[in-house]
Design a protein around this ligand. Structure first.
Ligand code: F6R
Ligand code: ZN
Length: 194
């Protein structure tokens, strides 16, 4: 029985006391993610900074299970664009997800394949619900780690392809010292050629 993850703690602000899998996403693995390709290359030439990490508590990938873990997006920007996750739809579209803000500030960008989009604020103590069929991406708009706890159905899977091809409708850029949502021209172009 002791092998079952009945409980876990967030320790040192941004790590789980027990986890089965640690995903690291340094800048070098995120080519094409940020809108300003030149700023990306310049930053990469200075060093391969860690953009985000995920600590997963493994459970069987089947309906009825919940997959949980901690997502940590570090602070930073490429050009004016805040550090963020790749973002994805779930492979099984009819699966939802819930996030809970543990530390830091940020946004959860969401969009539907039909063209709808939404944005929700992350802050400590706030939960954000991602309904079925909505792609989601975490964006760190603060100066410290954005730490969120997540839970989603075991059979959901991840589909990164659609987002890699078209991106999100909105970019989150720092303008006049504040995060601003800006239309993503690349997304509009990708939609026209579909
Ligand atoms: C799982 C989920 C999160 C993300 C994590 C990293 O369905 O939404 O655990 O996987 O925030 O983001 P991605 O997977 O987009 O690289
Ligand atoms: Zn997800």
């Amino acid at each position: 029985m002791k092998d079952l993850p009945f409980g876990f703690d967030v320790i040192e602000g941004s790590r789980l006391d027990r986890f089965d899998h640690h995903i690291e996403r340094p800048l070098s693995t995120l080519k094409g993610l940020f809108a300003d390709a030149q700023a990306y290359q310049r930053m990469l030439a200075e060093g391969d900074r860690m953009v985000y990490e995920v600590y997963e508590v493994r459970r069987p990938a089947k309906a009825g299970e919940l997959l949980t873990g901690l997502s940590v997006v570090h602070p930073g920007r490429v050009g004016g664009e805040y550090f963020m996750t790749k973002g994805h739809y779930h492979l099984v579209r009819e699966t939802a997800e819930i996030y809970y803000g543990v530390a830091g500030r940020g946004l959860l960008l969401m969009q539907e394949e039909g063209g709808g989009w939404a944005v929700e604020e992350f802050r400590p103590g706030r939960a954000v619900y991602v309904p079925p069929c909505w792609a989601h991406r975490s964006v760190n708009t603060g100066d410290e780690d954005l730490v969120t706890l997540f839970a989603y159905p075991g059979h959901a899977g991840h589909d990164y392809g659609a987002i890699e091809q078209c991106g999100f409708q909105k970019l989150v850029l720092r303008r006049d010292g504040e995060p601003q949502l800006v239309d993503n021209a690349a997304w509009a172009r990708a939609m026209e050629t579909r």
